[in-house]
Design a binder for this molecule. Structure first.
Ligand code: NDP
Length: 328
């Protein structure tokens, strides 16, 4: 039987999510990859236990995570019921709907029909009465935003989610969503977007500033660019890596030009006494504009590596300029 480490809250740092009363760990764990029906169950358990022992209290899922779609939620539900149940009140569990999940017109998008049915399915798969955060996974131009946001508010009122979030919404979309939610007396908790040293669309969109102004938090996915911003690919493409195993990260995208930059960043990280993964995560959290980095992992050791940076999160202005210069 799993017993969580007693010192688990001593090392992790937590930050209030926007103006809410909810504190999120600076590092959260996502179950997009490596938790599906094709993956090793023992490894998933160990990753969840390792994370929780390090003070990671937030676990992020979506209806379609797998493969097969839905299986990450089923596996997580099994581990919850067999091992983590006593810790439910210490955990923030999120799920989402917004991408294709089932055939026909009701298994995709942002309709009230899809969101309500999908959350019911997710709760069943995870064996939970409620999730802590329910997200609309992506903006849907074909559904009135009022319908999507009212569905989210009603979900909170039904008790099936405690907070609501949006994901992949830009500044303009986030502003509109927050306004409708506010009119429905449901504060917007958070926006989940992609952000890392190599993907900075949100800076041009001033999204960090927008979320702050809206009183909402921001959690960033793929903070390690799916593994590119680590030492994973410095000596070729390993057989067990995401670039070899999964079509979401193409081998072809890891070019010599990209690797040359990653090598320079890796040297810089060494100079700071950190792994490149750690430097990349610390960079994401600089100035507290981002509430939490949502990491992925394929083994427990990566999770241990990815929390070490909490001891060294500071950058000098020269270091920040050097990172920009390397990546320009
Ligand atoms: P990361 O950028 O953290 O990439 C994770 C991958 O990087 C791991 O699977 C592993 O790859 C590699 N890695 C991690 N740590 C290390 C390390 N210390 N050293 C070497 N390699 C390392 O995040 P993800 O892309 O996995 O996304 C994280 C989460 O964000 C998802 O699980 C999901 O919850 C969420 N997400 C949300 C989206 C949305 O639309 N809202 C979209 C995408 C993700 P390897 O397998 O090669 O070992």
């Amino acid at each position: 039987m799993y017993l969580a480490k007693e010192d688990r809250y001593e090392k992790m740092k937590y930050l209030r999510c926007g103006n809410s009363g909810l504190h999120l760990p600076r590092v959260s764990l996502g179950l997009w990859h490596n938790f599906g029906s094709v993956d090793r169950y023992e490894n998933m358990r160990n990753m969840l236990f390792t994370a929780f022992d390090e003070g990671i209290t937030h676990f992020d899922l979506a209806n379609n995570y797998g493969p097969t779609p839905g299986s990450a939620e089923s596996n997580f539900g099994r581990i919850m019921s067999e091992d983590l149940k006593p810790y439910r009140d210490e955990m923030i569990i999120s799920t989402k709907a917004g991408y294709y999940m089932w055939p026909g017109p009701y298994g995709d998008g942002g309709s009230r029909k899809y969101l309500m049915s999908s959350l019911d399915q997710s709760l069943k798969r995870m064996g939970l009465d409620y999730v802590d955060i329910f997200y609309h996974h992506r903006f849907d131009p074909n559904t009135p935003l009022e319908e999507t946001m009212e569905a989210l508010s009603d979900i909170v009122r039904s008790g099936k989610a405690l907070y609501v979030g949006i994901s992949n919404y830009n500044s303009e979309q986030a502003r509109k969503a927050a306004e409708i939610l506010k009119a429905n007396h449901t504060p917007l908790l958070i926006n989940q977007i992609c952000y890392n040293m190599m993907n900075r669309w949100s800076e041009a969109d001033h999204l960090q500033e927008t979320m702050k102004e809206l009183g909402a938090g921001m959690i960033v996915f793929s903070p390690l660019a799916q593994g590119v911003l680590t030492d994973r690919y410095l000596n070729g493409i390993p057989e067990d890596s995401r670039a070899k195993r999964n079509y979401f990260l193409h081998e072809d995208s890891i070019t010599e030009e990209v690797l040359a930059k990653v090598r320079k960043l890796n040297e810089m990280a060494k100079g700071r006494g950190q792994s490149l993964a750690d430097m990349a995560l610390a960079w994401n959290l600089r100035e507290d504009k981002v509430t939490s980095v949502l990491i992925g992992a394929s083994r427990p050791e990566q999770i241990l590596d990815n929390v070490r940076f909490l001891k060294n999160m500071e950058f000098t202005r020269d270091e920040l300029n050097e990172i920009d210069r390397i990546l320009s």
